[in-house]
Design a protein around this ligand. Structure first.
Ligand code: FAD
Ligand code: PHB
Length: 399
């Protein structure tokens, strides 16, 4: 085995995975089921990744994949299945009956950190290599069939030699930036607003998610369990969170969700933070021996609830390609990995942009405000328009 200067002789594996988010952990699990070895390197601690509050909406296809992969027991027990959402504007609610419009498909509310916990537990149950708190991760020799990953773990330098590397290290990871300049085409749109998200220990004031359009800005009522509410407000992304004491958050939520005969219940806020809204795609999602997956390759504004779902789809496609390659040497699926994924990525980008511009206060001009209102009314009065929203929201089977 080759050794880089300053590094002790290291490990060897088939697939080196950078990042233990939903993408990296799901990939490792799918490969394990097919007898393919991998090592996951994660720069944060196990506690941190298991507590990080993020997504909460799983598409039908994501649930089906996790259940089929044997990591869906708790998800099936504790996940809350929803067959509709409410769009609220002008002081009125309009239900989009997603399951009725999509032949029975639904979403499941189950926190991303719960998915991560289940996947870590599965990984550790068979002693699958998973290193937390790894520093100075760098990928090398990507244009060769013997790439490697160097890192520091417990104060020791290590090198991991692999057949391929999966860059599952999120938007701010190192893998994407290791691709030589000029290879990737980057597409980006940064929205002039962010989301202030809170987690509150109070029973949700609604059974189904409420997406509210209001002249003061967008608001979303989601949940995590019968005792835990998750709520979001459209805010200025540069506003410091200190400017949002709890009383101000609740006051703003009350105003934006206002509807006769409906009450928003308050409770202690146990977590809050502001997230920027952006659309981003790096293409192709493949260079030499490196495959990018999930947020490392693309980011969507959270309004469509798609980020985690499309990350899981990427690694499903990657796992199928690797299984074919290790099984027969055929490279067709790996070669088409990027194109296959990008078809769904761009569909999801379009849907997320549609939901974002449908529901946020855009502050363009009065004409745009009226167009937005016309679009909202159309989605709530035309079955064809509602069905289009519904089939994208629950997740398209084929793209
Ligand atoms: P990540 O979850 O970002 O995982 C990447 C991992 O790599 C992390 O653990 C990170 O610590 C690690 N890492 C980074 N750099 C390195 C390095 N140099 N070395 C080693 N490890 C590294 N999506 C939905 O589908 N539905 C929703 O309802 C939804 N709501 C959201 C709400 C919010 C507020 C936010 C912020 C996001 C939301 N998303 C949602 C998006 C979703 O959370 C992400 O798309 C998802 O986390 C992507 O998974 P990933 O594994 O690709 O990346
Ligand atoms: C969430 O519950 O965190 C959530 C729900 C719906 C979204 C985004 C986030 O569109």
């Amino acid at each position: 085995m080759r050794t880089l200067p300053g590094y002790s002789p290291g490990m060897r594996t088939q697939v080196g995975i950078v990042g233990a988010g939903p993408a990296g952990l799901t990939l490792a699990h799918l490969l394990h089921l097919e007898g393919i070895e991998s090592v996951i390197l994660e720069d944060r601690s196990r506690e941190y990744v298991e507590q990080r509050v993020r997504a909460g909406v799983l598409e039908q296809g994501t649930v089906d994949l996790l259940v089929a992969a044997g990591v869906g027991d708790r998800l099936r027990r504790e996940g809350i299945v929803h067959g509709g959402i409410e769009l609220r504007f002008g002081g009125q609610g309009h239900r989009i009956p997603m399951s009725d419009l999509t032949g029975g498909r639904a979403i499941t509310i189950y926190g991303q950190q719960e998915v991560v916990k289940d996947l870590i537990a599965a990984r550790l149950s068979y002693d699958g290599p998973l290193l937390f708190e790894v520093a100075e991760v760098a990928v090398h020799d990507l244009d060769t069939p013997r790439p490697s990953i160097t890192y520091v773990h417990n104060g020791r330098r290590g090198e991991l030699e692999c057949d391929v590397i999966a860059g599952c290290d999120g938007f701010r990871g190192v893998c994407r930036d290791s691709i030589p300049p000029g290879v990737l085409q980057l597409h980006e749109r940064v929205y002039p607003f962010g989301w202030l998200g809170i987690l509150a220990t109070v029973a949700p004031s609604t059974e189904e998610l409420i997406y509210a359009y209001h002249e003061r800005g967008f608001a979303l009522h989601s949940l995590r369990s019968p005792k835990l509410s998750r709520l979001y407000l459209q805010v200025d992304p540069y506003e410091p969170i200190e400017d949002w004491p709890d009383e101000r958050i609740w006051e703003e939520l009350h105003r934006r969700f206002e509807r006769e005969g409906w009450t928003l219940h308050e409770g202690p806020i146990i977590e809050k933070g502001i997230t920027a809204m952006r659309s981003f795609v790096a293409e192709p999602m493949h260079y030499g021996s490196l495959y990018l997956a999930g947020d490392a390759a693309h980011v969507v504004p959270a309004t469509g609830a798609k980020g985690l779902n499309v990350a899981v789809h990427d690694v499903k496609v990657l796992a199928e390609g690797l299984v074919e390659w290790y099984g027969s040497g055929a490279t067709e699926l790996l070669e088409s990995y990027s194109d296959t994924c990008l078809r769904r990525v761009w569909r999801v980008q379009d849907f997320s942009n549609f939901m974002t511009t449908l529901l946020h206060r855009l502050d363009v001009d009065a004409f745009e405000d009226r167009l937005q209102r016309a679009r909202l009314e159309y989605v709530c009065s035309s079955e064809a328009a509602a069905r289009s929203l519904a089939e994208n929201y629950v997740g398209l089977e084929k793209v």
